[in-house]
Design a protein around this ligand. Structure first.
Ligand code: PLP
Length: 417
């Protein structure tokens, strides 16, 4: 080996096997999805594309649990945030938003930059949106100045979920006509979500989390009420405009060049989700969330989410013991075990690390993830109680045994495998 190459190799830790991408998105992309994308680009105005477009739009409806319109943008989730606003609202409109963490704060910034007046209800980053607060805010808005209530379903910076069904009921109790706009970027296809049943007007989603794709696509499910609002909404829009998109989508086409190969990937990912069954997907995420929390409790560490009813099943955010830096710990884990853990964001930077347990994931990947965290604690000198991995595994086994048809004795197959 050339001496320069040897020196460079000695400096970095060499890794074998697979990288563990345990941030809460982008998530691990299944080989099947990678292979589905590895193909020549096709004509996006030809018949093969028309079939692909129609197929993925229809399958996305099933994931959103809606019969309404769905659109797909070649953009990250932030694009779909902006699109939800410019398609439904006008400058100067008042909207109700809730401080749940870093991402609710960014969405608020988008709204303010688009010229909306945001009533931003303060929160402590450890709790979800209070339906009672939604109700009282809307009841006191006698002249219906508030045009939309906007909620992040799963706050990715904290691992706290908000109860969308209950918030819908709160809006109904207040007899308020505001649109209901929900960000499901880190919950769709990992935590139960029902666009139609929960009366959501615009659901915002992204490709790189529960949908197991690389970043680059984002989505809306759009109610009839939101479509009606679109007709009178005055914010300027071109790229995000629903009308042109929906018109061409009827034939499976897009108004501009779509992300063709990502759509092939989406088709495969949606097939995988349908093969597993959405309810099994949610159950799998629930088991992995539960096992992760069992490990964290056994380590004697504190989870950011303080209300067990609001625990996220797609990620767990964990407070570091006082005086220990989360980013130094993450660096030790990355350098030694080739595992990426999520960082603390904004005010949680350095104080919190996040374990992503969503997307293409299974029991042994979780066991490996928890092992990497526990070994990282030891190497980085982070004080913790022993036995977290053992508790995680125990929780996985107990929940597996409770699944009807799961492996109960040697030779029987689990429905999840
Ligand atoms: C809940 C939530 N909303 C919005 C976003 C922004 O999406 P993107 O980074 O794809 O633009 C993220 C990104 O992680 C997110 O987790």
């Amino acid at each position: 080996m050339h001496p320069k190459v040897r020196r460079a190799a000695n400096k970095m830790t060499l890794h074998t096997g697979r990288h563990f991408l345990q941030i809460p998105g982008p998530t691990n992309v299944p080989d099947r999805v990678l292979r589905a994308m590895h193909r020549p680009v096709i004509d996006h105005r030809g018949p093969e594309f028309a079939r692909l477009g129609a197929e993925v739009l229809e399958a996305m409806r099933r994931v959103f649990r809606t019969k309404a319109n769905v659109v797909i943008f070649p953009a990250s989730g932030s694009g779909a945030w902006e699109a939800s606003i410019v398609n439904t609202l006008s400058a100067g409109d008042r909207v109700l938003m809730f401080e749940t963490g870093h991402f609710s704060g960014l969405w608020r910034q988008v709204a303010e930059r688009m010229g909306l007046v945001v009533d931003y209800v303060p929160g402590n980053w450890r709790r979800g949106v209070s339906p009672a607060e939604v109700e009282s805010r809307l009841i006191s808005d006698n002249n219906h100045a508030i045009k939309a209530t906007m909620v992040v379903h799963n706050e990715t910076s904290t691992g706290v979920t908000s109860d969308i069904a209950e918030i819908r009921q709160a809006i109904d109790r207040a007899h308020h006509p505001a649109l209901f706009i929900v960000d499901t970027i880190s919950s769709l296809a990992s935590i139960d979500y029902r666009h139609d049943e929960w009366g959501v007007d615009v659901t915002v989603a992204g490709s790189q989390k529960g949908l197991m794709l690389p970043p680059g696509l984002s989505f809306h499910a759009i109610s009839e009420k939101a479509l009606a609002a679109n007709k009178t909404a005055k914010l300027p829009r071109y790229y995000w405009d629903w009308q042109e998109m929906l018109k061409l989508n009827r034939q499976g086409f897009f108004p501009y060049t779509p992300a063709t190969n990502l759509l092939w990937g989406l088709r495969e990912a949606l097939l995988m989700l349908e093969e597993e069954g959405l309810n099994n997907v949610f159950q799998r995420h629930h088991r992995h969330g539960q096992a992760t929390r069992a490990a964290v409790h056994a380590w004697g560490l504190e989870i950011v989410c303080e209300n067990p009813k609001e625990y996220s099943n797609s990620l767990t955010a964990v407070f570091m013991p006082h005086g220990h830096d989360a980013d130094k710990f993450r660096e030790v884990v990355l350098n030694n075990f080739d595992m990426s853990l999520g960082s603390g964001l904004s005010e949680l930077a350095g104080k919190v690390f996040r374990i992503g347990h969503l997307g293409h994931f299974n029991d042994l990947m979780l066991a490996g993830t928890l092992s990497g965290v526990e070994m990282g604690f030891d190497l980085a000198g982070v004080p913790h109680k022993s036995g977290g991995v053992a508790m995680g595994i125990k929780s996985l086994l107990e929940s597996l045994r409770r699944i009807p048809g799961a492996r109960t004795s040697r030779g029987e197959r689990s429905v999840l495998i």
